[in-house]
Write a protein that binds this ligand. Structure first.
Ligand SMILES: Nc1nc2c(c(=O)[nH]1)N[C@H]1C(S)=C(S)[C@@H](COP(=O)(O)OP(=O)(O)OC[C@H]3O[C@@H](n4cnc5c(=O)[nH]c(N)nc54)[C@H](O)[C@@H]3O)O[C@H]1N2
Ligand SMILES: Nc1nc2c(c(=O)[nH]1)N[C@H]1C(S)=C(S)[C@@H](COP(=O)(O)OP(=O)(O)OC[C@H]3O[C@@H](n4cnc5c(=O)[nH]c(N)nc54)[C@H](O)[C@@H]3O)O[C@H]1N2
Ligand SMILES: [Mo]
Length: 870
């Protein structure tokens, strides 16, 4: 449509505001947030159209319109609006700037000044509300409802009495999840936070990628005098401005006084400061002394470049394939199961598909706490009408809004997923043409499923057959059913097999290889996808190239000028066994706090204490670093360059915002130094140079240049045929050609037979804290959650005399943990949930040595215990 704006010709569709912006004309629009429905509340965007004043943000353009955005009438209107705002409030922020620009000075409507004292709230750990500044534009309400799906705010009162409200209680006691969306949205500073208050907001902004979970949110890090002042969500396909309480607020760890700033060498049981040269020379001499008996554990918190150099150090420098990463204790079963069925072990689709799917099948994922931004996107999709099936023994927040919530007994996913497939087959709901053209083994599979009808499995799973049938029909009948899964699938005795059954389900209904569908593991750590991609696995080199393949080794040798060793290395549990057996005598741990996070923690401590030499590269003196002989201080994500790969295979840039403290160095620089000292050919002057070597060795990344990923990252594979990356895998055919249905029989975990206690303990996460808590405990998140909590059903609590808030002891075969009881029927009778974020709670003293029988992932989700009041 052709229109005239301020005398300029413009064409386009949408609102006047959209078209004006498209030709560079800015209209003040205080209440506009492109992510929410336009409300037209603030009236700041009034423009003149054929003599009438109309709000630009809600008025659609039509052909021939003549629009004036700054006519005398518009200017007079805005000045008057400014006067009204000043009569009713004392706005700060951009609203104050506009009001001043409009020429309002508060002189016109003095008599109207508000009577009642506007409400203030400083109960929250981060947020601060002062309604005296509020212009009632309602952006906070829209942000909380539509962006976050949390519904904390409402507008009460009418006309001049209208005001923002959050119920009777203080903000800290509402459902607020501290995502800060309202803070970012507020144009008047009425809702602000402790980071912004009094901060200089005119400083430099560095865009980078969050280092907590695998969502991979883009961050705008605001700086002043070389320090981080506050962090906002950046625009970008992953988070579109959203963040969670960790990404936005848990950044103060970086400048904590107890950051490691110099290398440490343990002498007579005590750490002493050392120079870099001393420390690295000592590490290299120990590596050379223990030649062939050294193992490495890489860090999924570190960049791709660092993970690449780490495995190169182990392979080319020390001649061992004994290198693993935390994928082993996390989503290794997803990678193994999906690789086996589809040919590629990574998420099939992109997060943007959340907006294209009409049903979500979420299994074993506490999405709103573990991947809060994905959780918020799911909630928004459900609000617009998408269906939701959740499989989780607990009634998590996402389960509470599901159309169908199936709550299986922990460890019975195989039974339940077979039952869901059985319904689809029995009721003829499968996609015959997809099955015929792309899969094998359907008939045997269908036959096999007869033993697993919902009615036959009901007693063991405790999921009502009718509900299972309903879920199966919903999944099969939807057009774009998108799966997402978490550790409730993988951290089990039959973890890998459970994931294979998820693949089967998607194949049955033809939900792979197109938009809005697929099997999507919600990978955990910010760069666990990348750590595995880079080859921090004992059997696979960079880009999933098998180390056992001579042609692969030859190619690496050409580039490294050192051959990778040919024997497949040890996985983490095998490394521990080899330490106990004296075959591994030295170990390098990069950014992993295994003493707190690996199962059967007492055994981990015993085993690591046996090492003749342990070097830990960390940002803090973690519980694991305490056991080391040498500790090397690394730079955290805010202090270095590189890339992280998120759960949708998107490789994104990490950019230096602030300098590292003291003598701490970027992890890649330390690793490059060690490689040089071990006389491995090659040198690197920047993270980009490391990355360019990755592009050479692994075809899947060959086209992924820093320049190509600069704006919004890119999803691998990215090669000559797909230079801009690959949002969706398996279009037309699977990576491995045709895919075969896997028949999986249920095998109860050995924990069931061991029967070491009357209650089944699930361990996992809470929103505010992150893994071993080394970062989130060093900040105000502890004001929101100050200890690990044990969720216990009211009946189990009552029979043990436990009340909400009591300190309790969880007692198992391996030891004891302590926590604060939360009595809730979100867990079933006979089941418990305990988080593991506070090392002093000793959660992992309880977890056992049982692992997934294919991928060796620990069974963190099933441990039999009892509980008592302290
Ligand atoms: N806030 C926060 N976010 C995080 C992390 C953190 O520590 N804190 N860690 C990151 C990491 S490393 C990871 S891997 C991800 C993990 O993210 P999630 O996968 O969401 O992690 P969990 O909370 O461990 O477990 C998920 C759910 O599995 C359910 N579950 C347990 N047993 C079963 C079962 O038998 N069947 C089914 N279907 N479900 C079951 C549990 O009740 C739980 O709600 O989170 C990442 N994000
Ligand atoms: N009971 C129970 N235990 C679990 C789980 C569970 O569900 N239940 N989940 C498991 C899962 S899924 C995972 S992934 C593991 C996670 O286990 P870990 O990886 O051990 O957990 P993190 O606390 O993330 O440890 C990372 C360490 O790296 C350091 N670090 C952060 N950034 C950097 C950096 O840039 N450079 C360096 N050098 N160091 C850095 C941090 O200080 C921290 O100590 O925990 C597992 N443990
Ligand atoms: Mo994880």
């Amino acid at each position: 449509m052709n229109v005239k704006i301020d005398g300029q010709d413009a064409s386009g569709s949408g609102t006047i505001l959209d078209v004006a912006r498209s030709i560079g004309i800015e209209i003040p629009a205080l209440c506009r947030d492109d992510r929410t429905c336009a409300g037209g509340h603030c009236r700041a965007c009034m423009v003149e159209v054929s003599g009438r004043l109309l709000p630009a943000c809600t008025t659609p353009v039509h052909a021939g319109m003549t629009i004036a955005t700054a006519s005398p009438r518009v200017r007079e209107y805005r000045r008057d609006l400014g006067e009204l705002m000043l009569a009713e409030s004392k706005p700060g922020g951009i609203a104050a700037k506009f009001v001043a620009e409009w020429g309002a000075d508060g002189s016109r409507y003095q008599s109207m000044a508000k009577k009642a004292a506007p409400r203030k709230d400083d109960s929250h750990a981060y947020l601060r509300i002062d309604l005296e500044k509020c212009i009632v534009c309602r952006r906070c309400v829209a942000a909380c409802d539509e962006v976050q799906g949390q519904f904390v705010y409402a507008v009460i009162g009418r006309g001049a009495d209208a005001r923002i409200d959050w119920g009777e209680q203080p903000l800290a006691s509402t459902d607020c999840v501290s995502c800060g969306s309202c803070v970012a949205a507020c144009p008047a500073d009425a809702i602000s936070d402790i980071d912004r208050q009094g901060a200089d907001r005119s400083g430099r902004v560095v865009t980078t990628t969050c280092s907590y979970c695998g969502t991979g949110c883009s961050l705008d890090v605001h700086l002043s005098s070389g320090k981080v002042t506050y962090i906002d969500g950046a625009a970008g396909s992953v988070n579109d401005g959203r963040l969670c309480v960790k990404g936005r607020y848990a950044h103060t760890f970086a400048r904590c006084p107890d950051r490691l700033t110099v290398p440490l060498i343990k002498r007579k049981g005590k750490f002493e400061k050392a120079t870099w040269d001393e420390a690295l020379a000592f590490v290299v001499s120990e590596m050379e002394r223990l030649d062939g008996a050294f193992a490495g554990l890489s860090s999924s918190r570190c960049t791709n470049e660092e993970n690449y150099l780490f495995q190169k150090l182990m392979r080319a420098g020390l001649g061992t394939n004994d290198v693993d990463c935390c994928a082993r204790v996390c989503h290794a079963p997803s990678a193994a199961g999906m690789r086996e069925v589809f040919g590629t072990g990574a998420a099939t689709n992109e997060l943007a598909d959340i907006e294209r799917a009409d049903l979500f099948f979420v299994s074993g994922s506490n999405t709103t706490e573990s991947h809060p931004v994905i959780g918020a996107r799911l909630k928004a999709a459900v609000l617009r009408g998408a269906k939701l099936i959740v499989i989780d023994p607990r009634r998590t927040e996402i389960a509470s809004i599901a159309d169908v919530h199936l709550a299986p007994r922990p460890g019975t996913n195989v039974l339940l997923l077979n039952a869901l497939a059985a319904v689809i087959v029995e009721e003829g709901l499968f996609d015959r043409s997809f099955i015929n053209t792309r899969t094998d083994g359907f008939h045997e599979y269908a036959q096999h499923l007869r033993a697993y009808s919902p009615e036959k499995t009901e007693a063991a799973t405790s999921c009502p057959a009718a509900l299972v049938r309903r879920a199966a029909r919903l999944y099969a009948e939807s057009i774009s059913p998108m799966q997402m899964h978490g550790l409730g699938m993988t951290e089990h005795y039959q973890g890998t097999e459970g994931v294979m059954l998820l693949c089967n389900l998607a194949m049955l209904v033809g939900a792979v290889g197109k938009e809005g569908v697929g099997v999507n593991p919600l990978r955990g750590q910010n760069n666990v996808q990348g750590a595995a991609d880079m080859g921090c696995q004992p059997d696979l080199l960079t880009g999933y190239l098998p180390v056992a393949d001579p042609a692969v080794r030859k190619k690496f040798e050409e580039i490294w000028r050192v051959p990778p060793p040919d024997e497949v290395g040890r996985r983490l549990p095998e490394i521990y066994d080899a330490i106990d057996g004296g075959r591994v005598r030295g170990m390098f741990i990069l950014g992993e706090n295994v003493v707190t996070t690996d199962p059967d923690a007492k055994r981990v401590i015993r085993t690591l204490s046996r090492l003749e030499f342990l070097v830990v590269q960390e940002i803090f003196l973690s519980e694991t670093a305490e056991l080391a002989h040498v500790v090397l201080p690394g730079a955290c994500f805010l202090e270095k360059d590189g890339t992280f790969t998120n759960c949708e295979r998107r490789i994104q840039r990490v950019r230096t915002a602030v300098p590292a403290p003291g003598e701490a160095r970027a992890d890649w620089e330390i690793l490059a130094d060690l490689l040089r000292r071990l006389r491995v050919p090659g040198s690197y002057r920047s993270a980009e140079e490391v990355w360019n070597e990755v592009r050479k060795v692994a075809p899947a990344f060959s086209a992924a240049t820093y320049a190509e990923m600069d704006a919004d990252g890119l999803q691998w594979p990215a090669d000559a045929a797909r230079p801009h990356g690959t949002p969706i895998l398996h279009i037309g055919e699977f990576q491995k050609g045709r895919a075969a249905f896997k028949k999986v029989d249920y095998e109860p975990s050995p924990a069931v037979a061991r029967a070491e206690g009357p209650l089944c303990l699930i361990t996992g996460r809470i929103l505010e804290h992150y893994n071993s808590g080394s970062m989130t405990r060093r900040g105000r998140n502890v004001l929101i959650e100050s200890c690990d909590r044990l969720e216990i059903h009211p009946d189990d609590a009552a029979s043990r005399g436990i009340r909400d808030g009591d300190r309790v002891r969880v007692v198992g075969k391996g030891g004891e943990a302590t926590a604060t009881a939360e009595v809730t029927d979100a867990v079933k009778k006979g089941e418990l949930f305990l988080s593991f974020h506070f090392p002093e709670s000793r959660t992992n003293d309880l977890t056992s040595d049982i692992v997934d029988r294919i991928a060796d992932c620990p069974e963190y989700k099933v441990t039999y215990v009892d509980v008592a009041r302290i």
